[in-house]
Design a protein around this ligand. Sequence first.
Ligand code: 3PG
Length: 398
Amino acid sequence: MSFADTAPNSGLRTLGDLGDVAGRRVLVRVDFNVPLQDGQVADDTRIRLVLPTLRALRERGARLLLVSHLGRPKDRDPAFSLRPVVDRLALLLAEEVALAPDLDHIPDGDLVVLENIRYEPGETKNDPQLAARLGALADAYVNDAFGSAHRAHASTEGVVHHVARSAAGLLFEREVEMLSATMSDPRRPLVAVLGGAKATDKIAVIERFLEVADAVLLGGGMGYPFLAASGRRIGNSLCDAEGLAAARRTLELPGAEKLRLAVDLVVADDFATDAARRVVNIDAEDIEDGWEALDIGPRTRAAYAHVIERAGTVFWNGPVGAFELAPFAAGTHAIADAVVATDAVTVVGGGDSIAALTKFGVEDRVTHLSTGGGASLAFVEGRPLPGVVALMRAPSDG
Ligand code: 3PG
């Protein structure tokens, strides 16, 4: 199911606005900030999802210079080299991809990746000199790094002021359209499923969904402070003073009745696969000290799945349990199953939710997989994203 033609015009300049790029060098900002394991790419979702943009530009004859960050390196730490990413890209495209060591040594080629842009000290400071150097390398700029759109960095924002033509890539455009439609013109009911480790990270997101959604289902570390604030005893479950205070405030807001909290939880005496565990009906009993909740229980799974089944639009961000440990994966698995089974428009964001979908083998069965973690959340909160603002069509663009 999709929003089809109902998605609002994003207002972004798009690939069609770039004009003729045949034989021209196009600098494409991508978000190849992917997880690595033993020097190899552990999850290539972010790489695969920009391939349509790369192919579209190359079909038009453009020569591409790809720019990305990876991690948050100090100086030129080789552990943050894009080499493993370039190797994976070459495998996916079945062709050679060159890696340029720095801005002064860009080989001539149809497809070149610049080494980690955060090796440049000016990148995260949005240094105008670095932005100008980047701009001078290309005839046009395309941003397909929606995952970094909440950063005002030289390669995501500053460079736009130093190129004649700039536009959003296909992934970036779709991210903005899907998230805009979710928040401003969803098929109803709109159901938000919010999980993850820390409630304080997403309080503003919860509050925004209380305004626009029809139901907000909380799970994982997001939910425990709300259970505590509702008078439940949650033992050693994740909950700090800040989260508890935020949950108390949120429960007083208009729309708080849309919040759904777990009615049962899987608790354990340790954060470990071999921990002792049992189900606690948190609507009727306490979690004892020494025990912590690590997943939603079977009644909550069924109740949440029922709400998701009847939704018109589902936005899911964050696992509802410690799904990386097999005994505590059932809740997140149940959410994933419900999300892929519903006829609703389904929008899933956040690295952990995507990792969960991938682990359960259903990542290609949602309407939109958002590559933005922090960026998606900032967008749904309603914050202007510097990377998006920079690509907005000016009235004079026609
Ligand atoms: C992300 O993974 O959220 C983006 O690539 C942004 O990375 P950052 O938080 O290091 O800026």
